[in-house]
Design a protein around this ligand. Sequence first.
Ligand SMILES: O=C(O)CCC(=O)C(=O)O
Ligand SMILES: [Fe+2]
Length: 253
Amino acid sequence: MKNKINFISTKLSNLNPQNNTHQSNLKRQYCTHQLEKAKEKQSTSSSAVSAYIEAVRELACELLDLLAEGLWVPDRSVFSRLIRDVDSDSIIRLNHYPPMPMLCQDKDSSPCNQNKVGFGEHSDPQILTILRSNDVGGLQISLNDGAWVPVTPDPATFCVNVGDLLQAMTNGRFVSVRHKALTNSSKSRLSMAYFAAPPPDARITVPPEMISPNKPALYKPFTWGEFKKAAFALRLGDSRLGLFRMECDEQVA
Ligand SMILES: O=C(O)CCC(=O)C(=O)O
Ligand SMILES: [Fe+2]
């Protein structure tokens, strides 16, 4: 969209001011009209995106407040406060998986029946992910036993992923989900993920009520900025929380 507007404005500025014929005026009016239309479209779509982001942020905050309440943490906004912060590092990602022909297991087996991986196995590093997709399947989550379970696509529902930070902030009570997305052989998959994250310098700690001699702290305190830096140095599928795990002799109640 940005390119489109740039293209039109470049054209406008390329009009020769010397050439003041009727035709050039018409062209100028047409281009101005196109530019106004494009600007209007851009502001409609950017306000739709802003409204969507605000709505999913509110949803993430409500879920986190309920979760804190369920964990008997007296300060129920202990998690959501990080997302409401003006410096929150939350982002939105749009994924497009064009149709891809299926893979064959080996060249003698037919028909080919394996969907190609569009987004490799990983857990989301942030606190919570609010994910929506079109009606094309592809998302799979990994169970404890390593089995992959497909998530039924439904454009009218949200899929909520626990991220690595929530695992750390709940001292392992909530576990970040490993997931991947496969491509479809004939249809495009579209997904939109809102990743709720704290400000880069926020310290990721566990509410004190969740630590006891029976449940010592599992992770060392760290900032989201430090965690992101560590994550970028690893591969997509690597477990990042392991880097911040307390050694047994360091665990404090
Ligand atoms: O497209 C999907 O369903 C998954 C996308 C995803 O896991 C991500 O963007 O982190
Ligand atoms: Fe993800």
